[in-house]
Design a protein around this ligand. Structure first.
Ligand code: SF4
Length: 449
């Protein structure tokens, strides 16, 4: 059961030293209970108190990290049933399934597609995250050879699957440096597989034939202080697996049932032979509530729509999506190219940069940080005003890149042109079109002198 702010306060040192950045221990306790502070902010907790508070402040679905460094895949960490209640936290990982019975050619093609397919949208890279490598033959040598081939291809976020614990151990050792996810501890092999995961410090899937069995295994594993657990409800039926995912999430979030409070892994690749239906199944699991979704193929026709759906659902609805402030070069601009400025609301950036790109006019695009607000909203909030644009222009190195001093502002904020003219000495402020769709003819007719 989660602790209240007062429960947490009783466990704090009560010195009000403020090292956590909060005025009092009570205020810190309240923030912690509301999920607005990190336990690490207080350096004065005993190991025992920390353990108690960690347990109490952990999200209902524990966050699990697979892999290491920049390739690490974070899943779980979820606190709500519905995205509009707060936000979903970590994207579900999209994975590709391969096994050691596939031909070299088939594997090479799949790895190539996995590495190559990436899409940039509103400043984010959409791509697949993890490869599930299965020992189909039961031959440890073949399994480790395949794992090494995947690693040599530069793919190091892995789920290793083998029914025989000895084969799984060989695979875990071959990829130990990359902290792969091991699949799976079952009732039959529990002790031996848990030992492999513990020895290699790897996260582990518990797999059962029912949700009850999975909960029992997860509870047994948690009692051993093993925290990095992923649940596999074991069903190859979409309907059953979907039900299990929904029940597991409800039990974790609503009932606070710790034994089901872990991310899940699902295998649409094993649920159908129809690629289209497989994509539909994966789409359902993005919505509810898989942590990792393994596909038989990663190709443009399934990866792009799934990754886009995932981005839309897992974007925090309370925070506008923003692009990094800076100078963006579109169509290789030079010293005589026009300079266009807009706000860093991602959708604005995406639309304006796409229009400029399709105009083929070399252009400097300046993106001003307006805290992710659109041009008009940013202007109304004082984030895209003459006062804030002028210092940004001066601080940016745009003056070193161009000979002219002409700045094109969005037509929607034409009213700031006078103020901006005064604030930006030596610059001529030009009023661009209100709509991005009119940028092409505008830029084509634009002249530096
Ligand atoms: S750092 Fe710890 S002891 Fe100090 S005020 Fe914050 S919660 Fe209290």
């Amino acid at each position: 059961m989660a602790l209240t702010g007062m429960d947490i306060f009783k466990l704090l040192p009560k010195t009000n030293c403020q090292e956590c950045g909060v005025a009092t221990c009570l205020a810190f306790a309240m923030k912690l209970a509301a999920g607005q502070a990190e336990l690490d902010a207080c350096p004065h907790l005993s190991a025992e108190t920390r353990e108690k508070l960690e347990e109490a402040s952990a999200p209902p679905v524990r966050q699990v990290i697979i892999g290491t460094g920049e390739h690490a895949l974070k899943v779980g960490g979820e606190t709500v049933l519905f995205r509009h209640e707060k936000t979903f936290v970590n994207n579900p990982g999209i994975g590709l399934f391969i096994n050691d019975a596939m031909s070299d050619q088939e594997i090479s093609q799949k790895l190539e597609a996995f590495k190559k397919l990436a899409y940039e949208r509103v400043g984010l890279i959409l791509k697949a995250d993890i490869i599930a490598v299965k020992s189909q033959t039961g031959d440890a040598q073949k399994f480790t050879t395949l794992i090494k081939k995947v690693i040599d291809a530069g793919i190091v976020t892995l789920a290793l699957m083998a029914e025989n614990p000895d084969v799984l151990a060989a695979g875990a050792q071959a990829a130990a440096a990359f902290r792969p996810l091991l699949h799976a501890a079952t009732i039959e092999n529990f002790d031996s597989v848990v030992k492999i995961a513990t020895d290699n410090k790897c996260p582990l899937v518990v797999k059962g034939t029912s949700l009850d069995e999975v909960a029992e295994l997860a509870g047994k594993l948690a009692a051993l202080k093993f925290k990095d657990i992923i649940l596999d409800c074991g069903s190859e039926s979409f309907v059953k697996s979907f039900q299990d995912n929904v029940i597991a999430r409800r039990c974790a979030v609503v009932q606070k049932l710790r034994t089901l409070g872990y991310p899940t892994i699902v295998f649409p690749c094993l649920m159908t032979d129809d690629p289209l239906y497989e994509a539909v199944i994966a789409s359902a699991f993005i919505t509810k509530y898989a942590g990792i979704i393994i596909l038989s193929e990663v190709q443009g026709h399934n990866l792009f729509p799934l990754a886009l759906q995932r981005m839309n659902i897992y974007t925090d609805p309370q925070r506008p999506m923003a692009t990094t402030e800076g100078i963006y070069e579109v169509n290789n601009p030079d010293e005589n190219s026009p300079v266009v400025i807009t706000s860093n609301f991602s959708l604005t950036y995406f639309i304006v940069s796409s229009e400029i790109e399709s105009s083929r006019v070399p252009t400097w695009l300046l993106i001003k940080d307006a805290e992710g607000l659109s041009v008009l909203t940013g202007w109304a909030a004082g984030k895209f005003s003459a006062d804030s644009i002028a210092p940004f222009i001066k601080k940016s190195s745009i003056e070193e890149k161009i000979k002219h001093r002409k700045l094109i502002i969005p037509g929607a904020v034409a009213s700031i042109s006078g103020e901006l003219d005064e604030a930006l000495e030596g610059w001529e402020i030009q009023i661009g079109p209100r709509e991005a769709s009119a940028l092409t003819p505008y830029l084509k007719n634009w002249k530096a002198a």
